[in-house]
Design a protein around this ligand. Sequence first.
Ligand code: SF4
Length: 406
Amino acid sequence: MKKIELLSPAGDLERLKIAVRYGADAVYIGGKKFSLRSRASNFDIEDIAEGVKFAKQYGAHIHVTVNMLPHEDDLEGLEAYLKDLERVGVTAVIAASPYIAKCAKRLAPKLEVHVSTQHSSTNSKAVAYWQKQGMDRVVLARELTLAQIQETASKSSLPLEVFIHGGMCISYSGRCTLSNNMTNRDANRGGCAQSCRWQYELYDAGKALHDPADLFSMSSKDLMAAPYIPDLIDAGIASLKIEGRMKSVYYIATLVKTYRMFIDEYYDKGAISAERMNWYRSEFAKAENRPTSCGFYEGMPKVSGHLYDHNRAVVGQEFIGYVWDYDPKRGLAKVEVRNHFRRGENIEVFGPSLTNEPAEITNLYDEEGNLVEVANKPTQILYMELPFAVSRHDMIRKRRNDHEIK
Ligand code: SF4
C-alpha cells in the first residue's frame, strides 16, 4: 500500500537536508521570489537544484511554493523561473494565482501543480473545478472539520493535502489584510508581519474592556492534529503537511521524526494505542514553543483554541547540541553547542535512527582537551563522552521529567 506523504517545511538547505534525513517524504521550500513567507525563502535556483539532488538520494521530493498573489510588477521573470524549476527536477509547485498555475502547466509540463491552501478549497466541487483545470493536487483549507475533509475526500479523485501541524492564521487563511493595513506589508505577497500576534488595547466605545496592563492578542494556538492522522489515512488523503518554513532545525527534526514514527506505526499495527498516543503527544511537545490545539478538526475553535494573552513563542532551551561526529574508540561525540548546559545534566539523544537514548553528561572537553564544566558559548565545538554510539546529524536535548510534559 502506498503510504501517505509526510511533507515538511524548510527555510534553507540545512533544514531541507535535516527534514529528508529525519524521514520526510517531501519538503516544500520557497524561492526568493514569487513565494509567501518571503522572509523564510532563502533558496536561489542553485540551492533548489542541490536540494532536489540531495532529496532524490533518499527517494524524497521537493515542492516549491510559488504562491504569492502577484501584482503586475511581480510577474517579471516568472516564466523563466518556472522553466528553471522544471529543469532542476522539482516535483511540484504550489500555486495560489490561477495565472501562475496555468503558466506552469503550459511552460513546464513536467511540474505538478498543487493548488495552494490560499484558495480556501473547502469542498469536493472546488476540488473538481481544479481537476478540470488540469491541476494535480489540492491543498485543502485549514478551516475544515475532520468530517468535512472525509466527505470531500470521498467525493474527489484528485490527491488532497491537509495541514496537520503548525501556526494558524487567526483570520481565514489567505483572506487577511491586517498586516497590509497595519504595516503596509502584504500578507498575500509574502510580507505578513503577524500583526494578529501583536498586543492590543481593547476598547468598546472608548471604554477599556480590560486592565491596561493585561493586553489583548488575537493569536491562535498552533495546530497539532496527530490524533486525526489514522482517519486521514483511512480517508485516502495523499499528504500530511507540517507548517513552519521559518522554524528551526531542531523543530523540524523533532516533528518530522515523531510524525514519521507515528505514520509508520499506524501502517504497521493498524492502530495507535492510547498509551502510545500519550507518548507521541509528549514528543510533539518537545518541539513546540507555543501551546497547541486541534484547530478546526472538531469544529469552530472555541476560546480554548486562542491565545488572547499569550501571543509570543517562547524559545525553548532544551536543544543543547548538534552531533558532528563520533569517535567510537574514545566514546566521544563531537558536538556543536546550541544552548547552555553543564556536566551532570540528564540528556537524551535522538536522530534518524536513534530515539531518545538517555545519558548523563559526564566528561566534556574543549578542542584543546581541557575539561569543561559549563557549555555556554553557542556554536562552540566540544567533545562529549557518551555511553553509546551516535551519528552525525543526531541531536542532543535536555531530558524533561514526565510531569513537565503538558
Ligand atoms: S496577520 Fe495574522 S491572521 Fe493575518 S495573515 Fe498574518 S498571520 Fe495570518
